[in-house]
Design a protein around this ligand. Structure first.
Ligand code: HEC
Length: 108
């Protein structure tokens, strides 16, 4: 009984996370990018490029450049080398949709 209750509790606690991850396509995968690029890709600190609100296909092309070592940046390579094409499309779609939702005037 105690075991069943803790399972139920764990399932209930996990529910809001599961729902949140589905709010925008790619949001869960994009989480690891937000530390540098900001929650909506509109940068979290000066010096990080804003990537939000740009066409997804443009972002995919850039991500492929990093992944295939045509453009070098250690932070980007470290993440992208572990992602497949579908992952790149998902995070690109997320930042394309999410961008512009956050006012970044304070960073300029
Ligand atoms: C540790 C910090 C860090 C993380 C995490 C990170 N980036 Fe970046 N990203 C950077 C920096 C710094 C640059 C600029 C590098 C350069 O000049 O090539 C950059 C560049 C980019 C660019 C090119 C922007 C432009 O205008 O040319 C895109 C797109 C991008 N990142 C997307 C992502 C995505 C998607 C993720 C998650 C999978 C991610 N980044 C994770 C730091 C980070």
């Amino acid at each position: 009984m105690k075991h069943t209750l803790s399972l139920l509790l764990a399932a209930l606690l996990a529910l809001p996370l599961a729902v949140r991850a589905d709010q925008l396509p790619g949001e869960a995968k994009a989480f690891k990018c937000t530390g540098c690029h900001g929650p909506a890709g509109m940068k979290s600190a000066p010096g990080q490029p804003a990537i939000g609100g740009r066409p997804a296909e443009d972002l995919v092309a850039i991500l492929l450049d990093y992944q295939r070592l045509r453009r070098i940046n250690p932070a980007m390579q470290a993440l992208l080398l572990g992602m497949d094409d579908a992952d790149l499309e998902d995070v690109a779609e997320f930042f394309s949709l999410a961008g512009g939702a956050v006012d970044t005037a304070y960073l300029r």
